[in-house]
Design a protein. Structure first.
Ligand SMILES: C[C@@H](O)[C@H](N)C(=O)O
Ligand SMILES: C[C@@H](O)[C@H](N)C(=O)O
Lengths: 167, 167
């Protein structure tokens, strides 16, 4: 299946919260997001990778509007002992870039091309989350303009910009 | 924005590879996925969370058809010293479940409800990756049938099953 690349979306409006050291047992994600939902916050991307065998712990990161960061941190901190995670990290200097298209699921080459373009611009990829229609990366906010430019060039999107820029 | 839940998709055809201890510096994701792309493998979900400040290392996990696992492991192992990751984990007993809908990005309540349903069935959530239209989790393969059932019930989808089951 040939991948179709439609465009690039960037977002500088979000912050990232990482819940560090979450016990990898049933119920923890439920506890955390029930708390978050109670604050009324809008959650965008959630990422959790596998736990470390040696610790039985993993991290859960999610992005949300910067304006909602504090209320969520406060709610989580209040339940830290109850939930049992080790700590919280807050980062309001992230940028999010997504390559938007279709049929990208079966194409490791598209991911490789995106990651290579960012590397060639010296941009570090801090988080990755993909679906069939979107490859999303989190980088430093101050690299997003360069990232947009090199990704457009790499995929021949110059002049066909469909960038959705949230500020 | 009210979220619309369209259905649940499950997939038992995939295996998971975790590249453990990847140096969190530009170029590593590019190296890894260029290698993977060369094998011709079809890659589905890629997940990378933030690195640990103490180690400067992170893990990159991805799923792919079970039939393609070995060729990718072989290719990665051959380049381990070049790329510098600590190790590889291979897991062919995963199940993937995705809640499919629209407008889910802004709704922490939908994620909370999904995670709670799985918890109540005693199912451990091993990975999470979300987009506006899809909340995907990885669990043990032998919990996927229970997961499908409890998620249908939680979201009132009984009888409207849009489950896409890959076997
Ligand atoms: C870490 C967290 O996702 C846990 N495994 C749970 O099922 O809730
Ligand atoms: C870990 C890996 O994603 C690395 N940060 C890179 O940019 O390639």
């Amino acid at each position: 299946e040939e991948p179709l690349i439609a465009g690039v979306a960037t977002d500088l409006s979000e912050a990232k919260i990482t819940v560090v050291g979450v016990p990898d047992i049933p119920g923890k994600a439920a506890q955390i997001f029930t708390l978050v939902a109670k604050t009324g916050a809008n959650i965008d991307m959630i990422v959790q990778n596998v736990s470390a065998a040696s610790t039985g712990l993993t991290d859960i990161s999610f992005t949300l509007p910067k304006s909602e960061g504090q209320q969520v941190l406060t709610a989580l901190r209040a339940e830290q002992s109850e939930t049992g995670f080790l700590g919280l990290q807050y980062d309001d200097q992230i940028g999010k870039l997504a390559l938007v298209g279709a049929g990208m699921r079966t194409n490791a080459g598209v991911s490789a091309k995106l990651f290579t373009a960012l590397f060639e611009a010296g941009i570090n990829i801090e988080m990755i989350s993909t679906s069939e229609i979107r490859i999303s990366v989190v980088t430093r906010a101050d690299t997003i303009n360069d990232a947009l430019r090199v990704v457009h060039t790499a995929f021949g999107l110059d002049g066909t910009e469909e960038a959705v820029v949230h500020a």
